[in-house]
Design a protein around this ligand. Structure first.
Ligand SMILES: Nc1nc2c(ncn2[C@@H]2O[C@H](COP(=O)(O)OP(=O)(O)O)[C@@H](O)[C@H]2O)c(=O)[nH]1
Ligand SMILES: [Mg+2]
Ligand SMILES: [Zn+2]
Length: 361
């Protein structure tokens, strides 16, 4: 049996689609479980919210193991079934399969969960020296294919682009490189007007995640949206507009209007978890132009009669090739890791069988 108070959990981001998932995906055994949302994930402990209060918890080893077997892990934003043991310690017994999930990869190709059950990713970028369209393309690749809708939020409009023509020039530069359908919002993150500008993504029950480099203004925006200083913010270095990693872990917060926001530190390795097909979707202008290249197998590098090199900015094309190389490498290592995992599984089985023999079962 699961105890759900839908109205209470709605302001924590529970949607009818998720609640329905509960009925179809999770059939817990005996006892009473509570549906709770993960607000923080630490090495040993988790923080869970039940719509009223937040509590510390831990995940049962089999939950962690099963997720790891699928190259996944619990992430902030996940919905879980939890229950207290006789000593009043709270344990996560199951994860509700997330509706959306963002993952990244490390330099060695291993996958890391970033967040789950997010509706919108606010890609936060400062209009100061943080402004970098190539990095934004990588963030778009990170979100692409995860089921999460991206929105670009340009901060520091008040200080970095004091004149309207300066802001217009930067917007035009971005528009050249991203899809026309992508929303771009310029704000002063320290001002309440930022909350009004982002209101369309913050209806009751919606969850947004703030992604971007450190110093971009994510924690400042979290505080402005919350209307209260929840998160520490840090000054940025003069010469490169970089922050000092004031935020060290991801955390989910409830907003007064009934939405949720996940603040994050800058990602250590901004390496999206995408395949070639997903990239083709994101860089569809390249695919369209490629049809007009002289050679059908044109790599758009030094071939004559290449329509892509003529029609796409060289920086964007370089970024595409780099992401494509990484994606190919990652799919290779994923296969290798799966083979490795099956070897370990077989060894584990053999060991368990041997223990049984030893115990005389
Ligand atoms: N003037 C102005 N300062 C901002 C804006 N956004 C962020 N800041 C400042 O930039 C610094 C870094 O912000 P912070 O929220 O800690 O960045 P985070 O690392 O992305 O969380 C802080 O000193 C903020 O006050 C903005 O839109 N306008
Ligand atoms: Mg921060
Ligand atoms: Zn070409």
């Amino acid at each position: 049996m699961i105890d759900i108070d839908f109205e209470r959990l709605r302001c924590l981001g529970l949607t009818p689609a998720l609640a329905q998932r509960l009925a179809t995906h999770l059939v817990p055994d005996d006892g009473l479980f509570e549906l709770m949302r993960l607000t923080e994930v630490h090495r040993e402990t988790l923080r869970l919210h039940d719509g009223l209060i937040e509590r510390s918890a831990r995940a049962l080893p089999h939950v962690v193991r099963e997720l790891a077997g699928r190259d996944s892990a619990l992430a902030v934003g996940d919905w879980v079934l939890a229950r207290a043991d006789p000593h009043a310690a709270l344990w996560v017994h199951a994860q509700l399969p997330p509706l959306t999930h963002i993952a990244r990869r490390d330099a060695d190709g291993s996958r890391h969960a970033v967040v789950s059950n997010v509706d919108t990713a606010l890609l936060v970028m400062g209009l100061d020296d943080d402004f970098n369209p190539r990095r934004l393309e990588r963030y778009l690749a990170l979100v692409q294919g995860s089921g999460v809708g991206p929105v670009v939020v340009l901060t520091k409009a008040d200080v970095a682009t004091p004149r309207p023509d300066m802001l217009a020039a930067r917007l035009a530069e971005l528009r050249e490189r991203v899809s026309n359908s992508l929303d771009i919002v310029a704000v002063n993150a320290t001002d309440a007007s930022a909350a009004r500008a982002l209101a369309p993504y913050l209806h009751t029950g919606q969850t947004v995640v703030l992604l971007g480099s450190s110093g971009a203004g994510k924690s400042t925006l979290t505080n402005t949206l919350a209307g209260t200083p929840l998160q520490d913010t840090g000054a940025v270095r003069e010469h490169d507009s970089r922050g000092k990693h004031t935020t060290t872990s991801r955390s989910l917060h409830r907003l007064p209007g009934g939405a949720c926001v996940i603040d994050t530190p800058g990602l250590r390795a901004l390496r999206p978890d995408v395949d070639a097909a997903t990239l083709a979707w994101l860089f569809d202008d390249i695919g369209r132009l490629a049809l007009r290249c002289r050679f059908r197998d044109c790599r758009h590098q030094d071939e004559p009669g290449c329509a892509v090199r003529d029609g796409v900015g060289s920086d964007r094309l370089r970024n595409y090739h780099k992401l494509l190389r990484e994606a190919r490498r990652d799919t290779m290592t994923l296969l290798e890791r799966q083979q490795q995992a099956s070897v370990w599984k077989a060894r584990g089985k053999a060991t368990r069988a041997w223990m049984k023999v030893k115990r005389g079962e």
